[in-house]
Design a protein around this ligand. Structure first.
Ligand code: G6Q
Length: 542
């Protein structure tokens, strides 16, 4: 691996620093006044995604230096290493090959002697066969009734992708079937998910890469008890439970026949797994054909990322602007606002993708960074957010760059709805960039005592990402865009975007306390606060 100079010592970073004094003080109004074609010039289109990035606080020289920084940081080399199956996840010593999950069958990618593409397609074929049998009613439950309800049990990467994709592609889904997603170990999640379901028609997909996650196993055990209680026999489990995992031994120990297990590999990170067998619920919902279209969309963006010059490379441009906002404008959070109701779970999905990947404080060699890394991501579907927290984005003291996602056509055209929706996207981007001055307010006759309160400073960066219409293919390309943008940012920061030691910590911390909650007489040796909380819980739990 090439050793990189620390970020702040890279030449292009220092050049960016020296231009920042002038650029950082310039208002977006001025950027647009100086360059009347900026709105079309600073835009890009790839794989059905049009990105208008003109409302970012950069000029041509900034962009040139940002791309230089990507080069100097080894982005092209590291990208190629990822595609070649090198172990770029250094802290876990693993390859990172989610891109192989969507390579067409005609391709081959041999990693350490194994053609991973062939393996991927073997699993895809089994998934397609199973999904088709469930959808056609050929696969029946224990009493011979067809499956009407599918409940995915998983958490984190084994939940957020499936639930986001199901909601996003609901338009393409089987409307005579019910899909539910159980993740939280709070029993309410499971109880509410199944309270109106008929066990004879319900299939549980237990999704867990490790098959050792306490939340998922607890929910899966409760699901099994719920089913057996209703169907009267343990033997019913075989017709109502399938597993998605990398761990055959634990799947089998749980009591699921490995003939009903769909596998994947340790080179697929949880948050990069929605297009692996973890997408089984998605495939049952939308059907194999649409699932293959989703994969095509992912793959098309992979190819664009791999081969397009950096100047025209959507994920690279998206990433380097995000980096500029974080490192130079000091933005601590990023808003993701999809103006499409079907994408309502996209912000939650992207929160994991971005923050679990780039929320790190050491570089690949373990040294502490002396610069900020991954920002906080959050969001809500538009226009709902506009009636609440957009206040802070417009007039607060923090600058929040926002990705606004919009479509030219609605899947549910109805009266004026879509024009109203889209007019809000454009108007928000405009208001955030250009604001509203005191003079403009006076010209409009605003009373003097209101002026200070109503002024909007503007100069807030936004990206507008526009598609024609939300399809499985578009969704694949959009997610791949964010995956690669995260990767590019992580590469420049020099961090391992593919480990998650902070999340692993949560998995072990709670297990040591469980025993002390269950027995009322053990001595407590935690800090005084934890001891007091445990005592209070013990006193009141019954
Ligand atoms: C993803 C994370 C994490 C993981 C869950 C579930 O990148 O590592 O969200 O997906 O903890 O893990 P299992 O799939 O192993 O149950």
């Amino acid at each position: 691996m090439v050793t990189l100079a620390p970020l702040r010592q890279r030449r292009s970073f220092q050049q960016l620093q020296s231009t920042f004094q002038e650029i950082g003080a310039r208002h977006l109004r001025e950027f647009f006044d100086r360059d009347p074609d900026r709105g079309t010039r600073l835009s890009l289109e790839a794989e059905g995604i049009y990105l208008d990035y003109s409302k970012n606080r950069v000029d041509d020289e900034t962009l040139r230096l940002l791309l230089e920084l990507a080069r100097e940081s080894g982005v092209p080399e590291r990208r190629d290493a990822m595609f070649a199956g090198e172990r770029i996840n250094v802290s876990e010593n693993r390859a990172v090959l989610h891109v192989a999950l969507r390579m067409p069958e005609t391709r081959s990618l041999v990693v350490e002697g194994v053609d991973v593409v062939a393996e991927v397609h073997q699993v895809l074929r089994r998934m397609a066969d199973f999904a088709s049998r469930v959808r056609s009613g050929e696969w029946t439950g224990f009493t011979g009734r067809p499956i009407k309800n599918v409940v995915n049990i998983g958490i984190g990467g084994s939940d957020l992708g499936p639930v986001m994709a199901y909601e996003a592609l609901r338009y393409y889904s089987r409307r005579d079937m019910t899909f539910r997603f159980v993740s939280n170990v709070d029993a309410t999640d499971f109880v509410e998910a199944v309270h109106d379901l008929d066990a004879t028609e319900t299939l549980f997909i237990v999704s867990s890469k490790t098959f050792g996650t306490i939340e998922t196993l607890t929910n899966a055990r409760s699901a099994r008890a719920w089913l057996v209680e209703r169907l009267g026999e343990e033997a019913a489990v075989a017709r109502h439970f399938v597993a998605v995992s990398t761990n055959e031994a634990l799947v089998s120990a749980f009591g699921i026949d490995t003939a009903n297990m769909f596998g994947f590999w340790d080179w697929v990170g949880g948050r990069y797994s929605m297009d692996s067998a973890i997408g089984l619920s998605t495939m049952v919902a939308i059907g194999p054909e649409h699932f293959y279209e989703l994969l095509e969309g992912f793959h098309a963006m992979d190819e664009h990322f791999r081969f397009a010059p950096l100047e025209e490379n959507l994920p690279v441009i998206h990433a380097m602007l995000a980096l500029w906002n974080r490192e130079f404008l000091g933005c601590e959070t990023v808003g993701v606002m999809p103006y499409d109701q079907y994408l309502k779970r996209l912000p939650a999905y992207l929160q994991q993708l971005t923050m679990e990947s780039n929320g790190k404080h050491v570089t690949l060699d373990g040294s502490r960074v002396d610069y900020p890394t991954g920002p906080i991501y959050w969001g809500e579907p538009g226009t709902n957010g506009q009636h609440s927290f957009y206040q802070l984005i417009h007039q607060g003291t923090s600058i929040v760059p926002v990705d606004l996602i919009d479509f030219a056509r609605s899947l549910n055209p109805l009266g004026q709805h879509h024009d109203i929706l889209t007019s809000n996207v454009f108007a928000q981007a405009q208001a955030l960039a250009f604001g509203r001055t005191a003079e403009e307010l006076r010209d409009q006759g605003a009373p003097e005592h209101e002026i200070a309160h109503r002024v909007m400073e503007g100069n807030r960066p936004t990206n507008v990402l526009m598609g024609d219409v939300l399809t499985p293919r578009f969704l694949g390309s959009l997610i791949a865009l964010y995956e690669h943008s995260v990767f590019v940012q992580g590469t420049v920061w020099g961090i391992d975007s593919y480990d998650q030691w902070g999340v692993e910590l949560g998995k072990v911390l709670a297990t040591t306390i469980i025993g002390d909650l269950e027995s009322s007489d053990s001595d407590l040796h935690y800090d005084s606060s934890t001891n007091a909380l445990i005592r209070r819980y013990r006193d009141r739990k019954n």
